[in-house]
Design a protein around this ligand. Structure first.
Ligand code: DTR
Ligand code: ZN
Ligand code: ZN
Ligand code: CA
Length: 441
């Protein structure tokens, strides 16, 4: 009963839509070649504004100051840090998840932020631990990594970056007590989910006041991606040796996930050769490591800037940009009504002037107005009659409309000729019409 009321109501809505759109284009139009358009996703990473990263550090310092001087596991400053990062990501359009765990009798938290889109079976992850030790605010260790990863995530949103791979960011709890949060996260993933992570990039201490530029010696592709960035800005790097496996990447590496990361040094002393190379002094890379003086003054802005940019470069490069559609666009904006539970109807686009075959990534833009899209079977029919099913009959799917772009491997089809969008309504009661059919070569 309820169901039929809903179906009736949406049918009325569609009639209204049909009446309005009846004024819209009724002639087929082919417009090759397409006007040059901006890429749908930037191909190169943007510069990460170090001022923004610094502002996040100032905010983390304020959180520590307001919470007894630290952001340690089990203390109020830790949860406040989680809330701070999460709010920024939520506002930027991320899907965020906070997971709880118990360690040492107190509650710990991890924060995961997923950027919608990309191949769900190929995930590029970047992460950092958000907890400090209890003796200080933890601004270099590890506000620096946390703030850089946050700003990179925000830069992804600002650019509306749409990479081929799925992007996920993580902030870990209780790293300082033995990589606890990241271990719990990895342990929580079913084997099949772990296998989808193509790489994990770790950022722990990337703004040391007397910095070195260290790259983790792990996955060769990730390592090379970081090295390429530093080579490009003329900054020499060394392999990280101050304790392999001493940060959250170890949790991922132990599960067989490729890892990499950056580091500017902790309590180890910079050698004179390293002073020659990088400047600074022959003293600890971070004399405030795990101390109360690891505050907002304990940051080298140049190191923070370079490492934030290198991290963004790796996130962009490893997730792969979407190749912008380059070829001509052909479209048919004529409305074709779809009879209820009736015969198939078609909208035709005639392609001409495209040499050779269609691409392996033919973009098929489908815009069908319908009050119960589950009724519909949608196919692309090539000029020679080959059929590519775009959407099967899915009776339970009561949502309105089919408005999406399918990617079809049409590389065995000759491009020129009459391409059809074929739509058949296979269940009674709801109806609609083809609003637009578009092919991008
Ligand atoms: N685990 C870090 C400090 C640390 C020491 N060696 C390395 C090597 C690579 C990354 C980090 C570190 C801490 O949180 O104290
Ligand atoms: Zn530490
Ligand atoms: Zn750390
Ligand atoms: Ca129907």
């Amino acid at each position: 009963m309820n169901l039929s009321v809903h179906r009736r109501a949406t049918a009325l809505a569609a009639l209204t839509a049909l009446a309005v759109s009846g004024l819209a284009g009724t002639t087929a139009s082919a417009t090759p070649p397409a006007a040059p358009s901006a890429p749908s996703g930037a191909l190169a990473a943007p510069d990460i504004p170090v001022a923004n990263v610094k502002q996040h550090l100032t905010d983390l310092q304020s959180i520590a100051t307001a919470n007894g001087g630290n952001r340690a596991h089990g203390r109020t400053g830790y949860k406040a840090s989680i809330d701070f990062v999460k709010a920024k990501l939520d506002a930027a359009g991320y899907t965020t998840t906070v997971t709880q765990f118990t360690y040492n009798g107190t509650t710990g938290y991890n924060l995961i932020a997923d950027w919608p889109g990309g191949d769900p079976n190929q995930i590029v992850m970047a992460g950092s631990h958000l907890d400090s030790v209890s003796s200080g605010a933890g601004i270099n260790d590890n506000g620096s990594g946390s703030a850089a990863v946050l700003e990179i995530a925000l830069a992804v949103a600002r650019a509306n970056y749409q990479p081929n791979k799925h992007l996920r960011f993580g902030w870990w709890g209780a790293e300082e007590l033995g990589l606890i949060g990241s271990n719990r996260y990895v342990a929580s993933l079913p084997t099949a989910e772990r296998a989808k992570i193509s790489g994990y990039l770790n950022f722990d201490m990337i703004g040391s006041p007397n910095p070195g530029y260290f790259v983790y010696d792990d996955d060769p592709t990730i390592e090379q991606t970081f090295k390429d960035y530093f080579a490009g800005i003329g900054v020499p790097t060394e392999i990280e040796t101050e304790g392999d496996g001493r940060s959250d990447h170890a949790s991922f590496k132990n599960a067989g996930i490729p890892v990499g990361g950056l580091f500017t040094g902790a309590s180890r002393v910079k050698t004179s050769a390293q002073v020659q190379k990088w400047g600074g002094t022959a003293a600890a890379f971070d004399r405030c490591y795990h101390s109360s003086c690891d505050n907002i003054s304990n940051i080298n802005d140049t190191a923070l800037d370079r490492n934030s940019d290198a991290a963004a470069h790796a996130v962009w490069t490893l997730s792969g940009a979407t190749t912008p559609p380059t070829g001509p666009v052909f479209e048919n904006a004529a409305d074709v009504s779809i009879p209820d539970n009736g015969a198939a109807v078609t909208s035709t686009v005639t392609v001409s002037g495209v040499a050779g075959n269609a691409p392996a990534t033919l973009k098929v833009g489908v815009d069908i107005i319908h009050t119960w899209r589950g009724d519909l079977v949608v196919d692309l029919v090539a000029p020679d009659g080959s059929v590519y099913n775009l959407k099967p009959f899915s009776s339970g799917d009561s949502a309105d409309n089919v408005q999406t772009t399918y990617t079809v491997n049409a590389s065995t089809e000759v491009a020129n000729g009459a391409w059809k969008l074929r739509v058949q309504d296979k269940a009674a009661q709801d109806t609609g019409y083809i609003n637009n059919f578009k092919l991008t070569f």
